[in-house]
Design a protein around this ligand. Structure first.
Ligand SMILES: *Cc1c(COP(=O)(O)O)cnc(C)c1O
Length: 408
């Protein structure tokens, strides 16, 4: 498959300079968000919208560094939220744009506030639609329900497959037949599915076929169909043409407005995690290095997915002269980022730079073991570095209790 020429590899933002040249002055560990890469992703997504008429939303659960929303906003129709807080963040920080929300189940005490922020509300079950749908319609909202086309397209990432047997996400056609009364159906403006994860357009194409088989009869009365996220649109090699054919087919067959809500694709390869080597050791044949960053705390998807993040200047195990297993300073034996090879030995204090660190990191990290949270910096388009946020002991402590103890 031909490489996309307009998609950026993980370290393109360095413009040929070394991490040491660019980032030596930064306190490690720290995330560095790459403004130019975000804009480039935005431009690619905007191209899809322009050519097809579909509307694209930022799924904030993957990337919610709102200081950079102004970089993405010109290219997007709005934001997608997983619940009340993200909906509020989208409304506040991408003002004037659409806010869509999907949540596995809404709470009664939050729903009224949610109506202030979201224009599109997607329910996960017929019961939730029955409970909250009338109030949403009354408030003038566009209402949808999540469907489960029962078409698994991923192998190996079981926890990311909402089509697996016993899934709680989305209504199957059998559940629909049993529970969707004409009254409930009349509340609906749209359908939503989200079944992909880091996938190409062929998986979307076969999913859309399953959607047609299962729900093709109800779609003509809908105003919109949301294809969810998991489309790796900005990755080199992604088949944009095939995506656009899928969008056009849905538009033409059912007369719906198509929404996409990618998270990863908005901020793919648009950030780095800079860290330093704290210690170098050897156990039998294994060369090991302990870094001042942790997979478990600062890049949790490395363990959860799992995946091996790109590392500047390093090769696959055995590819270069010396292979090291890189791990964090925590007590977790499995806090291992991966095996990487280098031209020479690693040195204490050496700066290392992981790539593709804007997504599912700053919004998902934690302070397990009392690990400090990495600061957040921005590499601006002109090449200047700007600090967005630093964290300290208080950020760790404040989440664990009140300052006044049990008294008062
Ligand atoms: C996770 C999620 C997304 C975004 O997924 P990416 O893999 O980051 O593109 C979009 N919509 C819903 C409902 C999701 O749960």
């Amino acid at each position: 498959m031909a490489m996309r020429k307009d998609a950026r590899p993980p370290f393109a933002g360095l413009n040929g300079r070394s991490p040491e040249e660019l980032f030596a002055g930064l306190p490690t560990p720290c995330y560095i968000l790459d403004e130019a890469a975000l804009r480039r992703n935005g431009e690619i997504l905007a191209g899809v919208s322009r050519r097809t008429g579909c509307r694209i939303l930022l799924a904030q659960k993957a990337f919610s560094n709102y200081n950079l929303y102004p970089v993405l906003a010109p290219w997007l129709a709005g934001t997608e939220a997983s619940g009340l807080y993200e909906a509020r963040l989208g409304a506040e920080e991408m003002p004037g744009k659409e806010v869509h929300v999907f949540c596995g189940a809404y709470r009664e005490e939050e729903f009224e506030e949610l109506l202030r922020y979201a224009g599109h509300i997607v329910f996960n079950s017929p019961r939730q639609l029955e409970k909250f749908g009338p109030a949403a319609k009354q408030a003038g909202k566009s209402v949808g329900i999540r469907i489960n086309p029962e078409h698994s397209t991923q192998s190996g990432h079981g926890i990311y497959d909402p089509c697996a047997p016993g899934s709680r996400l989305g209504v199957t056609r059998v559940q629909w037949e049993r529970t969707m009364t004409p009254e409930l159906i009349s509340l609906l403006d749209g359908l939503h599915f989200h079944t992909l994860c880091e996938q190409d357009a062929d998986a979307l194409e076969s999913t859309l076929h399953a959607v047609e088989l299962k729900f093709g009869d109800v779609l003509p009365r809908m105003k919109w169909l949301n294809f969810g996220g998991g489309h790796h649109i900005t990755r080199p090699g992604y088949e944009v043409d095939r995506l656009e054919r899928c969008i056009r087919k849905a538009q033409e067959t059912w007369g719906v407005t198509v929404y996409l809500e990618p998270g990863e694709a908005c901020a793919l390869n648009a950030g780095y995690l800079a860290c330093r080597v704290l210690d170098v050791l050897q156990n039998g044949e294994f060369r090991l290095a302990i870094l001042d960053t942790s997979a478990a705390c600062h890049m949790p998807d490395v363990l959860e997915m799992p995946y091996r993040p790109p590392l500047y200047g390093a090769g696959n195990p055995g590819e270069k002269k010396r292979t090291f297993r890189l791990g964090g300073p925590t007590c977790l034996a499995g806090d291992v980022i991966g095996d990487y090879s280098f031209d020479g030995s690693l040195r204490e204090g050496e700066l290392l730079l992981f790539g593709d660190m804007a997504i599912y990191t700053t919004c998902k990290n934690n302070t397990f073991n009392g690990m400090p949270l990495p600061g957040i910096f921005v590499l601006q388009e002109g090449g200047k570095l700007k600090c967005l946020r630093k964290f300290g002991y208080t950020d760790f402590k404040s989440r664990l209790g009140g300052l006044s103890g049990l008294e008062g």
